[in-house]
Design a protein around this ligand. Structure first.
Ligand code: IPM
Ligand code: MN
Length: 352
């Protein structure tokens, strides 16, 4: 029987609660589809940092490389200054494990959950391929004359041909294989950011020549946010840089019903990938058994697809859809009509 080695980082806030339900569902899928997993827990996060003053031990990255996948709950602690844990854990792992793709599906399961008027599940069903290793997130820049009236803060968007091309290639492959309309949209800002987006646009159309079966399109990022609200049905697969991807996927999460259902994968196609609910640690709901675990459960499904258990992944996704349609009142924390634990039980107990 195939056994997967999984690194589990429950993290902060409600992370452990949603990961618990995610693992419950993975276990049910494993029994049903005939595979096993070994879970190894890591206590990285705010509590550990406050206790030890160490954000991430140096052994973490080489150790994590030995796993088949990483399942992450949430990083962010109210007593730790913003940025320390995000940079020191989440971004460090994305970078050092070279997870250069951040894959974020946006799918509306039921009209009831959409804040937009008259949009149906068939209208909101697309995927954002966010570059996950470069751009503004590279952290390059400097202060000049810091603390004076002449202060200048420079923040550089660092885009390499290699980095841009591998992301764009992934997006074309993904569109060819999974795109419903076989359409790939490049989301950028060619009219203002004329260095970075010149490189992106050139690379996009060069690679496009190898994919005559994929339709291509370009939209500016500002217009993209408008179309997400007005005509989300136009999109199939979107490829964009790190910063724009960060921003548009929060909007994407809202039109699919909120953070309670939004999952993502930090993917290194040739290495170890990390899957997470994208909603954060939600400190105010911590320990109350009210947070929605469906985003973590869907992240678990993405994890299974990545390691090769695509039937199990599809089964979880189908079951989530069914349970959401027939049972869940609202996707927001505390309004589901069930506790966190009960939602996990509902999915694990009725896998399709
Ligand atoms: C996300 C988050 C992170 C990001 C933060 C927590 C560093 O917002 O995963 O989208 O900006 O990438
Ligand atoms: Mn974000």
């Amino acid at each position: 029987m195939k056994t997967y080695k999984l690194a589990i980082i429950p993290g902060d806030g409600t992370g452990p609660e949603v990961i618990r339900e995610g693992l419950k569902v993975l276990q049910a899928a494993a029994s049903k589809f005939g595979f096993k997993y070994e879970a190894h827990n890591y206590d990285f996060g705010g509590e550990r940092y406050l206790r030890t003053k160490e954000v991430l031990p140096d052994s973490a990255v080489p150790e994590l490389k030995k796993f088949d996948a990483i399942f992450l709950g949430a990083i962010g602690h109210p007593d730790v200054k913003p940025g320390i844990l995000e940079k020191g854990i989440l971004l460090r792992l994305r970078f050092d494990l070279d997870q250069y793709i951040n894959l974020r599906p946006v799918a509306l399961y039921d009209e009831r959950f959409c804040p937009l008027k008259n949009k149906k599940p068939e209208d909101i069903d697309f995927v954002v391929v966010r570059e996950n290793s470069e751009g503004l997130y590279k952290g390059l820049g400097e202060f000049q004359n810091k603390g004076t009236a002449d202060e200048v803060a420079i923040q550089i968007s660092h885009n390499t041909r290699r980095g841009v091309e591998r992301c764009i290639r992934y997006a074309f492959e993904y569109t060819r294989q999974h795109g419903k309309k076989k359409k790939l949209t490049l989301c950028g800002k060619t009219n203002v950011l004329t260095f970075a987006w010149d490189l992106w646009e050139r690379t996009f159309y060069e690679v496009a020549r190898e994919y005559p079966d994929v339709k291509t399109e370009y939209t500016h990022v500002d217009a993209t946010t408008m179309w997400f609200v007005k005509n989300p049905e136009w999109f199939d697969v979107i490829v964009t840089d790190n910063m724009f991807g960060d921003i548009i996927t929060d909007l994407g999460a809202m039109i699919q019903g909120g953070m309670g259902i939004a999952a993502g994968g930090n993917i290194n196609p040739k290495g170890v990938s990390m899957f997470e609910p994208i909603g954060g640690s939600a400190p105010k709901y911590t320990g109350k058994n009210v947070i929605n675990p469906l985003a973590a459960i869907c992240a678990g499904a993405m994890l299974l697809r990545q390691v090769g258990e695509s039937k199990a992944a599809a089964s979880i996704e189908e079951t989530v859809k069914h349970v959401v349609l027939t049972k869940i009142k609202d996707l927001a924390a505390g309004k589901m009509g069930y506790t966190t634990t009960q939602v996990g039980d509902l999915i694990a107990g009725s896998l399709k």
